[in-house]
Design a protein around this ligand. Structure first.
Ligand code: ATP
Ligand code: VIB
Length: 257
């Protein structure tokens, strides 16, 4: 089985030149308080989208992260490439402002069956050239905490696009899917993440999961809701390996400054 490498280098000020794998990032901003490292994610991303009301957050909160600068200068610097969603949360002044700067506006108000995040991921998937899809990584800011139905909808997107690298982020933690189709090697960026972590068998039980690099490793162990799930685990080194018969969610804490 092929090995998949993971590393949260997008949380570092500069991405090491020869790190593996070398990825192209897209950023999706959701309608929740911007994480304090939003400007860093913005810098690393080649494509920046706002999901509907996420545009209000960029408009209102980016200037607060640069209190010494003029708000309209900050807003012009952090101009989304695309705003996509059902447009029931974005304020008119925000829509007009970004439209006048040339942001592409995609009104999907006819679709009330998929979330605004789902619409954004579909857009990125459809527009990424096939050759780039395997090196694409979508960072989602503001995906955790807040309303629980939204949070579950955000997790569901990981399963809807399980062949795509998608990282859900909040100020406190990040989550991504480890597909069962691969063995996984997770390189821990100890300056910015850890040590608290979890491996969660959402969806279906795992009959057998095996890990290295954790304080409480799994050894051909069964995990399921109603039985054991690996919450409150701790990474002990700079490398964690995971193999499982089912898709698992990997989550790790993000360090405060
Ligand atoms: N409280 C929250 N917690 C987690 N994610 C959120 C939250 N609020 C919004 N989001 C995410 O941001 C996206 C855009 O939010 P927005 O408020 O525009 O959605 P919405 O479709 O108007 O939501 P709803 O009508 O259900 O309140 C959502 O699709 C969701 O992914
Ligand atoms: C079974 C079912 N439950 C909820 C919704 C509602 N819904 C899901 S996504 C979405 C768009 C939010 O921007 C809305 C309104 C539905 N359509 N079908």
């Amino acid at each position: 089985m092929d090995l998949m490498h993971h590393s949260s280098t997008f949380l570092l000020p500069t991405i090491p030149l020869h790190h593996r794998p070398s990825l192209t990032y897209a950023l999706v901003v959701l309608n929740q308080t911007l994480p304090r490292f939003a400007p860093l994610l913005w810098k690393h991303a080649q494509l920046r989208l706002c999901a509907d009301g996420g545009a209000n957050r960029v408009f209102d909160e980016m200037p607060l992260l640069f209190p010494e600068e003029d708000a309209s200068d900050v807003r012009r610097r952090y101009k989304p490439d695309v705003i996509n969603g059902d447009m029931d949360s974005i304020r008119k002044e925000v829509l007009d402002f970004y439209r006048s700067l040339g942001t592409k506006i995609i009104d999907k108000s006819h679709d009330q069956d998929t979330t605004d995040l789902h619409k954004c991921i579909t857009y990125i998937w459809d527009f990424a050239p096939d050759a780039n899809k395997s090196s694409l990584c979508i960072l989602v800011a503001g995906a955790l905490g807040g309303r629980y139905d939204h949070e579950m909808g955000n997790l569901n997107v990981l399963y809807c696009f399980s062949s795509l690298r998608i990282v859900l982020l909040s100020d406190d933690s990040l989550i991504y899917l480890l597909p069962r189709t691969h063995h996984h090697e997770i390189h821990i960026q100890t300056s910015v993440e850890g040590p608290h972590c979890g491996l969660i068998p959402i969806g279906v039980p795992s009959r057998s999961s095996t890990t290295t690099g954790l304080q409480w490793n799994l050894n051909n162990t069964e995990m399921r809701f109603g039985g054991l799930i690996s919450s409150s685990n701790i990474v002990v080194g700079e490398k964690v390996t995971v193999q499982s018969d089912t898709d698992l969610l990997w989550t790790i804490s993000i360090k405060k400054l």
